[in-house]
Design a protein around this ligand. Structure first.
Ligand code: SF4
Ligand code: SF4
Length: 156
């Protein structure tokens, strides 16, 4: 009889301990993200594929089509074209193709750019059933469509 009583008390204590831990977790901040309805904020230092940056005031690309990034890329995955329009002092980019299947995210293109026209995106969930989709990423179109990376607010 005594043994049964001890088992009941022990079981009740164990139940209370479990409920205490459950309640503690219930009031803690969520650590999970409801992907794909929510996205993670990536750290500032995170490197997604490179993107072209538009001037926030004029909305035009900061790229002057100097091709320095194309020359600096060790993987030969950038092709830039541009032209000098009448009345403009600098060239404007007309085409910027990135072959992301070969990019090593080394950052040489971002570092060498004299106009700060390139930066790493915060895209972390590029996915496809075919790599062909990433062979020619049109960065001019992406920038014009406003597909700018979300601002990294995580740790640097
Ligand atoms: S990050 Fe490196 S490999 Fe990728 S495009 Fe830039 S220079 Fe080329
Ligand atoms: S992104 Fe920068 S380095 Fe590359 S062509 Fe444009 S201005 Fe030159």
């Amino acid at each position: 009889m005594k043994r049964v009583f001890q088992d009941v008390v022990g079981g009740f204590k164990s139940l209370l301990t479990g409920m205490r831990i459950t309640l503690q977790q219930f009031f803690k901040k969520d650590v999970t993200v409801r992907y794909p309805h929510e996205s993670l904020k990536m750290a500032k230092r995170y490197r997604g594929h490179v993107v072209l940056v538009n001037d926030p005031e004029t909305g035009k690309s900061l790229c002057v089509a100097c091709k320095s990034c194309e020359k600096a890329c060790p993987s030969d995955c950038i092709v830039v074209e541009g032209l000098k329009r009448e009345g403009e002092k600098k060239k404007s980019v007309t085409d910027f193709q990135l072959d992301f299947t070969r990019c090593s995210l080394c950052g040489s293109c971002v570092e060498v750019c004299p106009s700060d026209a390139l930066e790493f995106s915060k895209d972390y969930n590029l996915a496809s059933t075919s790599k062909e989709q990433f062979v020619r990423i049109d960065l001019v179109r992406r920038a014009d469509e406003g597909k700018k990376p979300e601002t990294g607010e995580g740790q640097a």
